[in-house]
Design a protein around this ligand. Structure first.
Ligand SMILES: Cc1cc2nc3c(=O)[nH]c(=O)nc-3n(C[C@H](O)[C@H](O)[C@H](O)COP(=O)(O)O)c2cc1C
Length: 201
């Protein structure tokens, strides 16, 4: 049984193109594999920017935390626990203004935690998570894959590598705002690639 954790970040909720990709992934995975799926809509969770108050709660030992600090620390603790118990992480990844959605950055800020998901050593940072597959299902209005304007791909490889997750695969549905033909072709290609990736799980 594989544990799949799906994280969606679209402003559009279930109507998001990236949600359509994650839904297809789940549907196809359920058809061919024994999977347990947990889904989180980070946009609906209304994750705020990381604050100094929340970070201080992490740096305070659990026994010394105030009630408020316990509540704040639990946000990051819970996301890290979810991530640790997943075998495969599937990300619905809209491109907004050339980057990742700010709500996904807010999630990254909660799961990249010194001493828990990475540590510093004399030779540099070391990721502490056991390797697991990360699959990024990217939805974009324009065409940016393979160009310097795609700031998502390298950033996501770097940040997941930093916490120990080096196996990051991308599926792109691009040109979604470039007419019906382009939209349909993009989903056709992306769905094929999704089926191929599921075959390799
Ligand atoms: C605020 C905003 C910014 C966007 N910026 C970009 C962009 O920089 N590049 C791009 O190709 N598409 C851009 N788009 C189009 C989205 O990538 C496209 O609508 C995609 O389907 C978003 O995923 P979603 O439908 O899951 O929300 C933007 C859309 C919005 C709403």
């Amino acid at each position: 049984m594989k544990n799949i954790l799906v994280l969606n970040s679209s402003l559009n909720g279930e109507n998001g193109n990236s949600n359509k990709l994650t839904n297809t992934f789940v549907e196809k995975a359920q058809e061919s594999l024994a999977v347990k799926v947990s889904s989180v809509d980070l946009n609906a969770a209304e994750l705020s920017h990381l604050s100094i108050e929340e970070m201080t709660s992490w740096q305070t030992t659990p026994e010394e935390r105030t009630q408020r600090q316990q509540t704040l620390a639990a946000v990051s603790d819970n996301y890290i626990e979810q991530l640790m118990s997943a075998d495969v992480l599937v990300l619905g990844m809209p491109m907004y203004n050339f980057g990742i959605p700010s709500v996904f950055k807010a999630w990254i800020d909660r799961v990249a935690r010194a001493g828990i998901t990475f540590k510093y050593t004399p030779t540099g940072p070391v990721g502490l998570l056991d390797n697991k597959k990360v699959i990024v299902l990217a939805a974009r209005g324009g065409m940016y894959a393979g160009t310097p304007k795609d700031t998502q791909t390298q950033y996501l490889k770097d940040v997941f590598g930093f916490i120990g997750l080096d196996d990051v695969e991308f599926v792109y549905a691009e040109g979604l705002a470039m007419g019906e033909q382009s939209y349909n072709d993009a989903f056709l290609q992306a769905n094929e690639k999704i089926i191929e990736l599921i075959g390799n799980l």
